[in-house]
Design a binder for this molecule. Structure first.
Ligand code: AMP
Length: 388
């Protein structure tokens, strides 16, 4: 089913419910097993470096800050990536990351300050180095210049990703002769979780407890404390919401996707920050008044679809899915259990992103657990995938 075109199409991927973890959560052995699995995964991350998580082969695209935004976007599209480290060739140093959020800020800036036509022409000549000035103008926090040495442990890298709310971490070394910085790679949340899912097979099977019980993700509060938003604290949109309104939500709330729901709260689709890139490619700076219904028809045919799950799915099932598919977020909807209690199948309950999963796995940033014997997990090489 093509989720990108038909508003009636329900999201097509469902995370299978292997077992009803919620109902067995009170059994101590299951709980202990789960805790043991999490501890073993943390230990695995402490015992491996960022280098270990590199794919066998990968491309690294680094953009010069003198490049125009237009060329940078073309480069993204040609290479199928949505972010890249920036390099200042005047100072020969790393200059942060260019991400979709920067493009969103640019769109907002132009939407507010100039007419559309001028925006479209100016964007073509605008250089990446000027993006930080735009962020200052908009009053949004500049992205942190966070970085990590690739020899450091995956556990430390994961902690840094969580602490800085970054979705990816540039890995930098320095040249032993010149002392200059060298960008080695970028560690994404997805790569990190995929590395766990590939290598911690046994541990993942122990992660029986349900996503809802573990409070992984953001869930609708019932009753809602905000009369204007029945799905509080979730940000949602309807098919006739304008793209610009959603762009504004992305920027204001610092989120990367918004579920599209119908009048009953049933999830119809999802609009993501990467979708904005498609619009920009189509020269749609003029087109942000477009309704989501129309914007979704412009999605490329290889859009992977929206992945849904129910609150009783287990963390282990989710990690198994990450192993198979490049999934970045899941929508939690009401299932049969909720329906029995007067709910409605498919109605929005929550959203789970990779940062939620990673935050749970890493635990509190100050946790200090005794180092266990290194896990026997294999360091099976992940398939060759471009970093993004
Ligand atoms: P992300 O950066 O996409 O991983 O999301 C950051 C945090 O925002 C996570 O804790 C998500 O659960 C939460 N989140 C993601 N999307 C939404 C949304 N549409 N409304 C409210 N919270 C969200």
């Amino acid at each position: 089913m093509d989720t990108t075109r038909s508003p009636t199409a329900s999201p097509r991927h469902r995370l299978s419910t292997r077992r009803r973890a919620g109902s067995q959560a009170h059994h101590h052995p299951a709980h202990d097993l789960h805790e043991h699995g999490v501890a073993a995964i943390r230990n695995f991350l402490r015992c491996h470096t960022c280098y270990d998580a590199f794919p066998v082969s990968f491309r690294l695209i680094v953009l010069d800050t003198k490049l125009t935004v237009k060329k940078a976007l073309q480069c993204f599209l040609l290479n199928g990536v949505v972010s890249a480290p920036l390099w200042n060739s005047q100072t020969s140093s790393f200059a942060g990351m260019l991400t979709v959020l920067d493009i969103i800020h640019l769109i907002q800036y132009y939407y507010r300050t100039t007419d559309f036509e001028r925006a479209a022409t100016e964007v073509e000549t605008f250089r990446l180095e000027s993006l930080r000035a735009i962020e200052r103008h908009l009053g949004v926090a500049p992205p942190p210049l966070t970085q990590e040495h690739p020899s450091n442990s995956l556990f430390d890298a994961a902690k840094l990703i969580i602490q800085t709310h970054a979705r990816r971490l540039p890995l930098l070394d320095s040249d032993s002769e010149t002392g200059q910085q060298v960008v080695i790679s970028v560690l994404t949340q997805y790569r990190l979780l995929k590395f766990i899912s590939i290598n911690c097979h046994k541990e993942i099977q122990q992660l029986h407890l349900s996503l809802k019980r573990l409070r992984i993700g953001t869930y609708v509060m019932s009753p809602s404390p905000d009369p204007s938003n029945p799905y509080f604290p979730l940000a949602t949109a309807k098919m006739d919401t304008s793209v610009f309104d959603i762009v504004h939500i992305f920027s204001e709330r610092s989120i990367s996707a918004v579920p599209i729901i119908d009048e009953d709260g049933v999830v119809l689709n999802m609009y993501e920050t990467v979708d904005v890139i498609t619009l920009v490619r189509l020269g749609a700076y003029q087109n942000l008044d477009l309704k989501i219904r129309e914007a979704l028809t412009q999605r490329s045919s290889d859009f992977p679809g929206v992945v849904i799950c129910t609150a009783s799915d287990s963390l282990g099932t989710l990690l198994q899915l990450i192993k198979k598919r490049r999934v970045h977020r899941l929508v939690v909807v009401e299932g049969e259990e909720e329906e029995k209690r007067g709910g409605k199948k498919g109605r929005l309950l929550g959203i789970i992103t990779l940062s939620d999963v990673l935050r749970y796995i890493v635990g509190h940033a100050d946790i200090s657990e005794p180092r266990m014997k290194p896990s026997t997990a294999s360091t099976e090489a992940p398939s060759s995938t471009p970093i993004s």
